[in-house]
Ligand binder design. Structure first.
Ligand SMILES: [Zn+2]
Length: 436
């Protein structure tokens, strides 16, 4: 069984004791647990009109969809209330995701046109969440059904369920069903909204974050209350001071302040690397007025304005706006949560996640990084744990395009990230590795 890991070399015992108390007693069992969410991950409102703006598919996605090759994943959609043109637009959005993320297990989606609340375009989320003991998964963590199946390599029909994502779309809107990313000013681009909602269904969801009004302070919670465990997403949340969101007592007024502080960030290493090559963390949407189905489970609107290539998962969609690109940051984040990403779908130049290899994986004592070519540059290798702590750092020249990290056998069995930075260009890629 994999165990939760603390690096005792870098962590004093008093901090460990304090965080253990804050985390509370967790049932560290390998027994499969399942929890159906109590609300959709997203209830997407119509945003204010800002003009006609179009973000096309990524070039790699266009090339993949034009080729006769096999997509990286397969979606099976059960349609209710769809016209043929609505179904064709939905399938187009499905094809974009199927050529962006990788899974060997078909992803089952239930899609329905129905009357939603006033101003709500669509709502969606995972059909259910499950715990996993598959390699690389975090114990006591709920994974969205589609991601769980990817990680387990098996359809969960073996546990009596098959639908992975529930998605609803308003029957009251003037939709644009074209697939050319060119909606008129007064129409909402259906492909964009489907792409956005499927993003939630695939895992862009905080799970159970909530604010309970209370006096004098509102109470915040983020774990599933019956099992007292979080979804995978909150493992990658920290505030502006670098404090992990899961280190706050749950439920508590302190956590409530964090969830409504407009100061919440995603510390997933590949997402950070895709954002800027630097150290800035992608900001999450955490407005001071709590909004269920909107807060936390989106990128921050000011950081990712309409027109930004990474803006698909902001908190609203406006008429006249098309975005047919899931975004590098979102895909990087998905990779860190456990998804596979289609080769070539992440950035930057020729030093990319898909052409840098790390082996063996899982590792025992040694990790060898194989670069895409022989460089004369030196490289910095940082080994980072799931909580963002630096475990080991090494600077070295690549010998024949290979660099080795050694003496790793004392590390606890857990998930780690290797960040490989070209010291000359500053470009970096991050790979996930498992100590076994
Ligand atoms: Zn949303």
């Amino acid at each position: 069984m994999t165990k939760i890991t603390f690096n005792f070399k870098n962590l004093c015992a008093c901090i460990l004791m304090a965080s253990t108390l804050l985390l509370g007693a967790q049932d560290d069992t390998t027994e499969l647990r399942e929890m159906i969410p109590t609300r959709p991950a997203c209830e997407l409102p119509l945003g204010a009109y800002v003009g006609q703006i179009s973000i096309p598919r990524a070039p790699e996605t266009i090339a993949r969809m034009a080729s006769s090759g096999t997509p990286c994943s397969t979606f099976i959609v059960n349609y209710t209330g769809f016209t043929p043109e609505a179904q064709a637009a939905f399938q187009y959005a499905v094809d974009i995701w199927a050529n962006s993320i990788e899974s060997t297990v078909p992803i089952n989606v239930s899609a329905e046109f129905t009357s939603l609340g006033p101003g709500v375009l669509g709502s969606a989320g995972p059909a259910t969440f499950l715990t996993s003991t598959a390699p690389g998964t975090i114990p006591n963590t709920f994974y969205p059904a589609a991601l769980w199946e990817k990680l387990e390599g098996a359809d969960r029909s073996i546990f009596g369920g098959s639908n992975d994502i529930n998605a609803n779309f308003s029957s009251d809107f003037n939709w644009y069903y074209g697939t050319d990313a060119n909606p008129p000013a007064g129409q909402v681009d259906f492909v964009t909204v489907v792409l956005h909602e499927l993003g939630h269904g695939l895992g862009f969801t905080d799970g159970w974050a909530n604010i309970t009004p209370s006096f004098p302070d509102d109470i915040g919670s983020i774990r599933e209350p019956n099992n007292n465990i979080p979804a995978i997403f909150p493992h990658f949340m920290e505030n502006g001071s670098g404090t992990d969101i899961l280190s706050f007592a749950d439920p508590s007024a302190a956590l409530g302040i964090e969830l409504t502080g407009n100061n919440l960030f995603c510390n997933a290493p590949t997402a950070i690397q895709q954002l800027n090559q630097g150290g800035t963390l992608p900001k999450l949407y955490a407005p001071t007025a709590w909004s269920g189905g909107s807060s936390i489970s989106h990128w921050d609107n000011a950081t990712f304005p309409i027109g930004d290539v990474n803006s698909l998962m902001r908190s609203s969609v406006s008429a006249g706006v098309a975005n047919h690109n899931p975004g590098f940051i979102t895909l990087g984040f998905f990779q860190d949560m456990g998804w596979g990403i289609c080769p070539g779908s992440l950035s930057v130049d020729d030093f990319t996640v898909s052409n840098v290899a790390v082996s063996p994986n899982p590792f025992v004592n040694e990790i060898t990084v194989t670069l895409n070519k022989v460089y004369s540059d030196s490289f910095e290798l940082n080994l980072i744990d799931i909580n963002g702590r630096l475990i080991m750092s090494q600077k070295s020249d690549a010998s024949n395009g290979r660099i080795t990290l050694s003496n790793l056998s004392d590390l606890d069995d857990a998930l780690y990230f290797v960040k490989i930075t070209n010291s000359t260009t500053g470009n970096s890629v991050t790979k996930k590795v498992i100590k076994n």
